[in-house]
Design a protein around this ligand. Structure first.
Ligand code: SF4
Length: 462
């Protein structure tokens, strides 16, 4: 290990970026980089960016302004600070980042961060470096496994990327352009990573991918395995008590994956299944490749397999051409399906996507008014779902100390945060908790006398 240097990574956006940031830290650890939570202490700052939300690039440039000032202050003390921009904005903007923010030393695309040590060395030697070409090699093959020391202390839940990129080309989305074509990691690599995480104390794994249920990685028998088979394999691994996966496309909810919700008690009864709109006209314009009826059918089959399944979703309001009738269809779908939570956003055009060039862009005030109505309905459903948990005994995995002494925070099987008076020795353990109180975004509970068990497959009745 080389002399110690400090690394500050700021992650924007989704859980894929959180995972990538951890792998960046792992990749840089052999070069002596130790993570710090304080940017002013850092020798290397990495902004791991996201391009999904509105004004994503502008937010990165304003953050870069702050980092430039830190770099200048450090230079005044005779200290050299390097700034790198990684992730989807780096992929999309490339050279433009260095042009607009000359304090940046390195721009590295979302498929290239396994090369970070070499790229940083090159930037230190020759000045600015931009690397956003999709590489021939698979970054996951090139990445060193995280050390046990790096893994410990990251908590009892972990994300593991199993799939990346997307071939679906929804007309509003930048992912196929910023993350590239779909790739799936081989099963044995995923199993090895999960085993290491289990050894380090992780109890809950979320298998992640932009289109995770399109997973088709090479299996241990040399064949291509679907996600259901991967989940069953990971569920066998000692120490892993809970499993989740995200984010799924309705079209890829295959029968075997739906059956996994019935057959695997370790697969938690909560699923994020984006639908985006309840109008067939808008779904077609979005190139979602499924209808409202297809989605409702998938939900019905999931609920038949796992009656207490809690669903969350993503919605876009004000997609080009969306009429009041289309929006009413979305509200109708929300009422029909019933969600435990959901994310909803106003459509904002992403340069380079087909949606950005469509006629009939919806006016901002109309989008805002529709968003407000949709969010009201989603909030109402979330509150009703949380209220339905009052008095129930749920299994809770304790993840971290609470804000007050003697309190721990954990998650229910349905992903709700639950605050409980409990000793710190229970961190990392699953216990039965009776829900005694409901707040807007979390539940409060008390340790129950009953033995800690995950909910039975049927009859929990959320
Ligand atoms: S399926 Fe998801 S990741 Fe792929 S293009 Fe559509 S919204 Fe983007």
């Amino acid at each position: 290990m080389k002399g110690s240097r400090k690394l500050y990574i700021k992650s924007f956006g989704c859980q894929m970026n959180v995972y990538d940031s951890q792998r960046m830290a792992d990749t840089l650890a052999p070069d002596g980089y130790i993570e710090t939570a304080t940017p002013a202490d850092a020798d290397l700052v990495i902004l791991n960016t996201c391009h999904i939300r509105e004004k994503a690039a502008e937010k990165v440039y304003s953050e870069l302004g702050r980092m430039r000032r830190l770099k200048e202050a450090a230079a005044g003390e005779g200290r050299n600070v390097m700034i790198a921009v990684a992730g989807c904005v780096a992929q999309a903007e490339g050279e433009e980042i260095i042009r607009r923010a000359p304090a940046v030393d390195l721009v590295v695309g979302s498929q290239n961060y396994h090369r970070l040590p070499a790229l940083l060395a090159r930037a230190a030697r020759t000045g600015k470096v931009v690397d956003t070409q999709f590489p021939v090699e698979d970054k996951f093959d090139a990445l060193a496994p995280p050390s046990p020391a790096a893994t410990r202390g990251r908590g009892v839940t972990a994300f593991v990327t199993v799939q990346e990129g997307c071939d679906k080309f929804c007309t509003f989305c930048v992912v196929p352009y910023t993350r590239g074509a779909e790739i799936s990691r081989p099963v044995r690599k995923i199993v090895a990573e999960v085993e290491r995480l289990a050894d380090a104390g992780v109890r809950e794994i979320t298998l992640i991918g932009q289109n995770v249920n399109a997973y088709h990685g090479g299996g241990e028998d040399g064949r291509s395995w679907p996600l259901a088979r991967l989940i069953a394999r990971v569920a066998e691994l000692p120490g892993i008590e809970r499993l989740r996966y995200s984010t799924s496309h309705p079209l890829d909810m295959t029968d075997d994956l739906i059956a996994a919700h019935r057959d695997l008690p370790r697969l938690m009864p909560q699923l994020h299944l984006p639908v985006q709109s309840g109008s067939d006209r808008i779904l077609a314009a979005m190139n979602r490749r499924h209808t409202r009826a297809d989605y409702v059918d998938v939900v019905a089959r999931l609920k038949a397999a796992r009656p207490d399944l809690a669903l969350s979703s993503d919605f876009i309001v004000g997609f080009p051409g969306e009429t009041e009738d289309d929006f009413a269809a979305t509200l109708g779908l929300v009422a029909e399906v019933g969600y435990s939570s959901a994310f909803s956003f106003k459509y904002s055009p992403r340069p380079g996507t087909p949606g950005a060039d469509m006629d009939e862009q919806v006016e901002e005030e109309v989008k805002s008014e529709r968003l407000q109505r949709l969010q009201q309905e989603i909030d109402r459903q979330q509150a009703a779902f949380n209220r339905s948990c009052l008095g129930r005994t749920l299994s809770v995995l304790f993840e971290r100390p609470g804000r007050h002494g003697g309190q721990l925070v954990g998650r229910s099987p349905y992903l709700q945060p639950v605050q409980v008076e409990a000793p710190e020795t229970m961190l990392g353990r699953i216990a039965a908790v009776t829900i005694t109180e409901i707040a807007s975004n979390s539940l409060f509970g008390a340790l129950a006398q009953a033995p800690a068990r995950e909910p039975a497959f049927a009859g929990a009745g959320a």
